[in-house]
Structure formats: structure tokens, C-alpha cells
Design a protein around this ligand. Sequence first.
Ligand code: PGA
Length: 250
Amino acid sequence: MSRRPFLAGNWKMFKTGDQAVAFIEEFVPLIGDLTDRDAALAVPATALQRAADAAKGSPVIIGAQNLHWENEGAFTGEISAGMIVSAGAKMAIIGHSERRQYFGDTDEWVSKKLSAALAAGLLAVVCVGETLAERESGRTFEVLATQLKGSLADFKAQDEKNLILAYEPVWAIGTGKTATKEEAQETQAFIRKELGSLGLPAEAIRILYGGSVKPDNAQALMAQPDIDGLLVGGASLKADSFAKIVKYGN
Ligand code: PGA
């Protein structure tokens, strides 16, 4: 089954609204018409509306980096799926390892956030990944199986078009240490097998790789059969570098 490549940038806590608009104005002409792949940018909440306005009429999908599962309420500092949609965005990253590590996101929260995102019609990018200690102690597959089971606990198979998985080994994020294409492939094949054993249409679900992706390793990673896209942090902050990644192979 052919899965449409999905190239996503994750800006993390970088860029103001003005900077987001300037990036998009430079980026859109660089990528041109995207007929055979998707490009997305997860921007800070304060830049969502302006980024979505700037990307209107272009193929670029704008998304948030996190959300709360309630529609509204006394949750200081949080934003809901409905608020993300009303800002004009169409996607949300859920359960990024930095959320899990620094802000206490659990698999149970990820599952609730995923349900809320899908109910609001957002495309959800759910992240999983092992730490260095977990990989070195041979527990990678066990950790991923647990994360997948918990994070997808309430996921219904009919929503598979709006679910994207991202495998991001924690030891490869922002470290300059990319998983080798073989390591990434082996792990992502495992993730696909697990999706199948959870009763999901695994062949239809896109699985991204993330962790120190750069213009010069994008193509080799994308050549792996179970790598359907890339989730890019640092290298998505400059329009020319992210455009090169989006246009890998061209
Ligand atoms: P990086 O981040 O590309 O800077 O390693 C990836 C991510 O955290 O999504």
C-alpha cells in the first residue's frame, strides 16, 4: 500500500507570529505545488492564527504542538482542540517526548488528547520513543508496545486517516545523533506490527521518523519501507533547510 509521505516541522518554543509569517512567505514558493506528499508545521500556540492565515491557499498544513482534552474549563495555560481549529489549524502533535519528559504527559493523557483532537477533526501526530537507557537495556520494543497500547487505548479504527504515528527515539532528538536508517526501519516495522496486533489497519497508517533529521539524511531515511515521513525539529526552523527536506529525492 502506498502511503503519502508526510513531512512535518516541529518548531517547539521558537518563533513569534511575525517570524512565522516571514518563514511561510519564504517557504511556500520554495516547495511549490506538492502533488505527491504533505508538508506540515507545528507552531507555538501564539503563532497559530497568523501561521494559518499566512499558509491559506498553500499546501502547508498548520498545526499545534499540544492540546488539552477538554473543550474548555479552568485549566490555566492550556488550549483545546476547538481553539486550535478556530485558529485555522488542522493538526496537533500529541505526546511528544518533551511533553512526556518535562510536563508529565502520560499514555493515558495522550489517549484523551487523541480522542479530543480526532473529535474536533484534527489530524493527530502521536509520538512514541524510547530513551537511551531503555534502548541500551534491550527494552525498546517493550517500551514502545506499552506506549502504543496506552496512547491508542480509545482509538477507533475508522479514524485511521487522521492518525499519524511518529517514532522519535529520545536519544536522537536534538542530539545530532540520528538513528541509523536500519535502526529506524527495524523499529518502525515493529510499530506497524504492533498497530496490527491492536486491531488497527496498520498498512494504512503513516509512521514518521524523528530525531536529528537533516537535509542530507532525509532521503536515505525516506527510502526505508516503513518510514512514511519525517518529524523535524531543529532543521525545520530555516525555510531553505526544511524545504530541502520536504523536497527530498527531487
Ligand atoms: P530534532 O527534533 O529534529 O531537533 O532532533 C525532532 C523532534 O523533537 O520532533
